[in-house]
Design a protein around this ligand. Sequence first.
Ligand code: HEM
Length: 177
Amino acid sequence: MTNIVRYDRGAIGFHWIMAALVVIVGVLGLLHDSWPKGTQSFWINIHALCGLALWALLLARFWWRRRHPPPPLPPEAGGLSRALARPVQLLLYALLFVIPVLGIVTFIWHGRVFDFGLFKVDFEVQKNRAIFGPTEDIHGYLAYTLFTVAGLHALAALWHQFVRRDGLLSRMWPAGR
Ligand code: HEM
């Protein structure tokens, strides 16, 4: 194995904080119907705020990436990995961008109010099922797509690290040399 060229600290921080948030926001989303009726609005608001934080981090990550390009793939990486790496990353970025936008539309046209604790943001929009019905469905379908693509992305990283042993995961691992 040749010397591993690692991502910089900023990219590693964005990657793992966003990965953790995807899990938290995703699990909260899947649990929406399981909460007791009286607490559903509270949990949907928590889901929305964590989703907004994820979206803000994504925008910050785009800005960061313009100044900190990722290191090239290791020379050991095969043709399939080279062909798939970029489209899969672009798909993940696109899903992470679009899913929150649909979530925001669903939230607002459901007549919900963002509660940030210290202050609230109320768009005073009338509940409109013709809008929030379809956006809620598409938001859910795209979230399931995100879980699948992110899962495959994680499996591919593990395969590289432990089967091909080309050190791909070490490039993004926080505590590496
Ligand atoms: C990448 C970020 C996000 C992920 C992965 C995600 C995931 C999910 C999932 C899995 C569901 C349940 C879908 C279903 O089973 O039908 C859901 C529902 C929902 N999400 Fe998100 N979400 C994200 C961001 C957001 C944001 C930013 C908001 C609002 C600001 C939001 C608002 C909602 C709303 C209002 C629902 C429907 C809740 C209900 O009334 O049942 N989501 N989300």
